[in-house]
Design a protein around this ligand. Structure first.
Ligand SMILES: Nc1nc2c(c(=O)[nH]1)N[C@H]1C(S)=C(S)[C@@H](COP(=O)(O)O)O[C@H]1N2
Ligand SMILES: [Mo]
Length: 523
C-alpha cells in the first residue's frame, strides 16, 4: 500500500508488516497494549474507588512480601522515598513485560495475548486479596485488561496479515501503537491524579473541633540547644519521618469511623470519633522511633500528641488476667502486637492520639486516630488509621512484621546521635558538638563524647518535659589540631546503664552501637 503522505524518504516506512518482520514494531505494540490495559484500569479505579487500582494492589503485595533485610536495605538507600522507588520499579517492570508481550506475539500469535491476560489475572488477584476489596473493585482490572487484549488482538492481526490485503502500512501501524501508548499513559495519569483529588475528607479534617486537653504538657524552656544545625527538639509534622506499608494513604471519614475494643475483655466497647474526643484528652510530648533506624539515622521524631489514655479504655473494657497483648489493626489491614503491660502501666504514656503538634493528625501520620506508646518501636505500637483493638495473647496472635523477620516485642534501644558537625564538615579548632539522645521511659542522665578515641567528656544536657522524649546535648571542644578527626557519642540512662558499643543492624529488634562522625579542623 503506497504511502499517501508523500514523505517517502524512507522506503521502509510504507512497507507492509509481515509476521516476522520488524521486531521493534511488535515490541512497541506489546508495550502499548500493556500501557493501555494498566492505564484504563487505573482510570476506572477513579470511579470505583482506590482499592480497584492494580498498581496500588500489586505494590501492596510486594510490600507485604518483603523480608526484613531487603526492607532495611531499601529504607537505608531511599529513606522515606521507598514508595517512589517501588513505583519506578513497577513502571520498569511493566515496560519489560510489555516488550515480552510484543515479542511473544510476534513469535507466535496469541502467546502475547496469553501473557497480557496472565498479567491481568495477577492484577485481579492482587486487587481482590487486599483488605476491604469487594466485587466492584474487580471492574477496573477486567475492563483495562479487556481493552488491552482487544487492541493487541486487532493490531497484531493486522500486523501479521499478508501484505496484499493489509490496510496498515508500517507508518500507520506505528502511529496506531504510539496512539494507544499515549492513551494508556494519559488515562493512567488522569486516573491516579483524580483518585487523590476526589477526596472530600480534607475539608472535614480542617473543620474538626477537637476539644482542648484537660491535662496539658508543660514544656520547659531550653529543650533546644543553641547550636545551628541540630535537628529541632520538636519535629514539625511536615518533617516527621513517615514509615508505613500504605501505598494509598487511607482517607477516613470521621463520621464513619468506629473503634472496636474486643477479645479477652468483660465488655466490648465500640466508640465513634465523637465518643473518643468527648473524653478527657491528655497532651504529651513523645518521641517515636522506627526499628529500621540506623545508628545516627533520621527515622525518629518528636511531637506533642493529645489523646485518650489507653489505660482508661482497657480498664473500662475489663481485661482478662490471661491476656498479654493488644493487637491493633488499621483501616488498611496493618497490625501491631503491643505488650498489654505497656498499655496499662501508670508510668508510661500510651494513648489513642487525635492531634499532632496541635493539629488533627496529618493523613500520613494516621488521621483520624493512631496509637502512640512511649518506649516501643513504631512497628509494635504506633498503629496509624486505627480501627480495631483486640485484647489477646502473644501465643495466639502476631503483628504484621513478626512473621517477616522482626521480633514480636520491640522496646526502643537507648540511642544517641551527633547532629553537629555534619559528616565531613570542616570546623574551627574550637567547636561545639551537639545532637540528641533517647531512652524513653527511663530518661537520659548523661551524654558523653570523645574525639579520636581520647577521654570521654560529659556533654551539657538540655531540658526535657519528661523521660518520654529525646534529649538534646552539646559539648564545647577547644584547641583541636588541624586535620581529620573522629567523634563518638554514647548515652547513660537514669538506671546508670551505659549505651552499648556493640554494633547491631536494625533487624530483628533495632540497631545499636555508638554513632561516630568524621570531620576536619581547618588550619
Ligand atoms: N497502619 C499502619 N500503621 C503503622 C505502620 C504501618 O505500616 N501501617 N508502620 C508503623 C511503623 S513501622 C512506624 S515506625 C510508625 C511510624 O509512624 P510515622 O509514619 O507517623 O512516623 O508507624 C507505625 N504505624
Ligand atoms: Mo518502623
Amino acid at each position: 500500500m503506497p504511502s499517501s503522505s508523500g514523505r517517502t524518504d524512507s522506503a521502509d516506512a510504507a512497507a507492509p508488516l509481515t509476521h516476522r518482520s520488524f521486531t521493534g514494531a511488535w515490541q512497541l505494540l506489546g508495550v502499548a497494549a500493556t500501557a493501555l490495559a494498566v492505564g484504563i484500569a487505573e482510570f476506572f479505579a477513579w470511579v470505583t474507588g482506590p482499592l480497584g487500582s492494580p498498581l496500588t494492589a500489586v505494590g501492596g503485595v510486594v510490600v507485604d512480601s518483603v523480608p526484613a533485610p531487603v526492607k532495611d536495605t531499601v529504607i537505608a538507600v531511599f529513606g522515606t522515598g521507598d514508595k517512589i522507588f517501588l513505583f519506578v520499579m513497577m513502571a520498569v517492570g511493566l515496560v519489560v513485560l510489555g516488550l515480552l508481550v510484543g515479542v511473544a506475539e510476534r513469535r507466535r500469535r496469541r502467546t502475547g495475548i496469553a501473557v497480557l491476560a496472565a498479567l491481568g489475572l495477577v492484577g485481579l488477584v492482587a486487587v481482590m486479596t487486599r483488605t476491604g476489596a469487594d466485587a466492584v473493585n474487580a471492574v477496573p482490572v477486567v475492563v483495562g485488561t479487556g481493552v488491552g487484549l482487544a487492541f493487541l488482538s486487532y493490531a497484531g492481526g493486522r500486523a501479521a496479515a499478508p501484505a496484499a490485503d493489509n490496510p496498515l502500512d508500517r507508518r500507520k501501524f506505528l502511529q496506531l501503537s504510539a496512539g494507544a501508548l499515549t492513551v494508556g499513559v494519559v488515562a493512567g495519569a488522569v486516573g491516579r491524579w483524580a483518585v487523590s483529588a476526589a477526596r472530600k475528607v480534607p475539608d472535614m479534617r480542617a473543620a474538626l473541633g477537637i476539644p482542648a486537653p484537660v491535662a496539658r504538657e508543660t514544656i520547659p524552656a531550653g529543650t533546644q540547644v543553641p547550636v545551628t544545625g541540630v535537628e529541632p527538639w520538636l519535629t514539625p509534622a511536615e518533617d516527621f519521618y513517615r514509615i508505613d506499608t500504605a501505598l494509598r494513604v487511607p482517607h477516613i471519614d470521621v463520621s464513619q469511623w468506629r473503634l472496636r475494643i474486643h477479645g479477652m475483655v468483660d465488655r466490648e466497647i465500640e466508640l465513634t470519633f465523637d465518643d473518643l474526643i468527648g473524653r478527657p484528652l491528655h497532651e504529651r510530648a513523645v518521641t517515636l522511633a522506627c526499628v529500621s533506624n540506623q545508628v545516627g539515622g533520621d527515622l525518629v521524631g518528636n511531637a506533642v500528641w493529645t489523646g485518650v489514655p489507653l489505660r482508661e479504655l482497657l480498664a473500662e473494657a475489663g481485661v482478662s488476667p490471661d491476656a498479654d497483648m493488644v493487637l491493633s489493626t488499621s483501616e488498611d489491614g496493618f497490625t501491631a502486637g503491643t505488650p498489654l503491660s505497656a498499655l496499662t502501666d501508670e508510668n508510661r504514656t500510651a494513648m489513642l492520639a487525635v492531634t499532632m503538634n496541635g493539629e488533627p493528625l496529618p493523613f500520613e501520620h494516621g488521621y483520624p486516630v493512631r496509637m502512640v506508646v512511649s518506649g516501643l518501636y513504631g512497628y509494635v505500637s504506633a498503629t496509624k488509621w486505627l480501627v480495631d483493638l483486640e485484647v489477646t495473647r502473644f501465643d495466639q496472635a502476631e503483628g504484621y512484621w513478626t512473621p517477616r523477620g522482626w521480633s514480636a516485642e520491640g522496646p526502643i534501644k537507648m540511642s544517641s546521635r551527633i547532629d553537629v558537625p555534619r559528616e565531613h564538615a570542616s570546623v574551627d579548632p574550637n567547636t561545639t558538638l551537639a545532637g540528641s539522645a533517647w531512652a524513653q521511659n527511663t530518661g537520659i542522665t548523661a551524654v558523653q563524647v570523645r574525639v579520636d578515641g581520647g577521654a570521654w567528656r560529659d556533654a551539657t544536657l538540655a531540658a526535657v518535659p519528661s523521660e518520654d522524649t529525646w534529649r538534646q546535648w552539646s559539648v564545647r571542644i577547644t584547641d583541636l589540631p588541624a586535620g581529620s578527626h573522629m567523634a563518638e557519642v554514647r548515652a547513660v540512662d537514669a538506671d546508670g546503664q551505659v549505651q552499648t558499643s556493640e554494633r547491631a543492624r536494625p533487624d530483628p529488634n533495632g540497631s545499636s552501637g555508638w554513632h561516630e562522625r568524621a570531620f576536619t579542623v581547618r588550619s
